[in-house]
Design a protein around this ligand. Structure first.
Ligand code: HEM
Length: 204
């Protein structure tokens, strides 16, 4: 078998995503990612990024399946190489896209609260807890939230997967969904990208 592509030095030096051979990821992330690629760049690019990768799944995913986390990293890096866009920019775009899928698939998570702060707080306290009941093999990030007053909040993303750009897109889109005027600042609090602070202020 060929070596795992994720030990490639040029990647580990250049980009911060890390994965292990054992790490898994839910199929919904793959099916949505490929749908986004098709919608934004066309099916030829989907074929290209699958062809350029070494995938145990052969690029065939179902939303309820579970696949190697390293496959999403390969697909993302191949997309970045193909369309010449920074992988973190693409990952953030994917967060925005994924929000709309979650909104359609799990509408009650969004209607049970009526403002962005309560929604963002509910990700760790409620949404991801329910996700874990549904998919016990899911690997979810930790979000610590601190509310200072009605107008400011800090959410700290903690995950060895270092996919805070995905969280960035999801958070930004969540704020838009509740139609409030917020500003969002990002602060990397660990050099490797596994801990990132999102400082959210309500300007309205
Ligand atoms: C209805 C809403 C949501 C659902 C159903 C949901 C579900 C999921 C699922 C199934 C995964 C994949 C886990 C795995 O493959 O093992 C995931 C990962 C993730 N979710 Fe959520 N999620 C929701 C909302 C959000 C929101 C609003 C954020 C924004 C902060 C967020 C942040 C993340 C991140 C960053 C990951 C990637 C894993 C990591 O970084 O460690 N999720 N979520």
């Amino acid at each position: 078998m060929s070596p795992d592509p994720f030990v490639k030095e040029e990647w580990t030096n250049k980009y911060i995503f890390t994965t292990t051979k054992k790490a898994k990821m839910k199929g919904i992330v793959f099916t949505e990612f490929l749908d986004m690629v098709e919608e934004k760049f066309g099916y030829e690019v989907v074929d290209q990024i699958i062809e350029d990768a070494q995938l145990e799944s052969k690029g065939v995913y179902t939303s309820v399946g579970t696949y190697k986390h390293s496959e999403i990293v390969q697909l993302l890096m191949n997309l970045s190489d193909t369309v010449k866009v920074d992988p973190n920019v693409l990952l953030k775009e994917f967060g925005i896209y994924l929000f709309d899928t979650f909104l359609k698939t799990y509408p009650t998570f969004f209607t049970s609260v009526d403002n962005a702060f309560d929604f963002l707080e509910s990700i760790d306290k409620h949404i991801h807890v329910e996700v874990l009941k549904l998919y016990p093999d899911a690997t979810l990030p930790k979000f610590l939230s601190e509310r200072f007053d009605d107008n400011s909040m800090i959410m700290t993303y903690i995950s060895d997967r270092k996919m805070s750009a995905l969280a960035h897109g999801l958070i930004e889109r969540s704020i838009k969904h509740y139609r409030e005027d917020y500003s969002l600042e990002i602060e990397n609090i660990s050099e490797d990208g596994s801990k990132v602070k999102f400082i959210i202020k309500n300007n309205s």
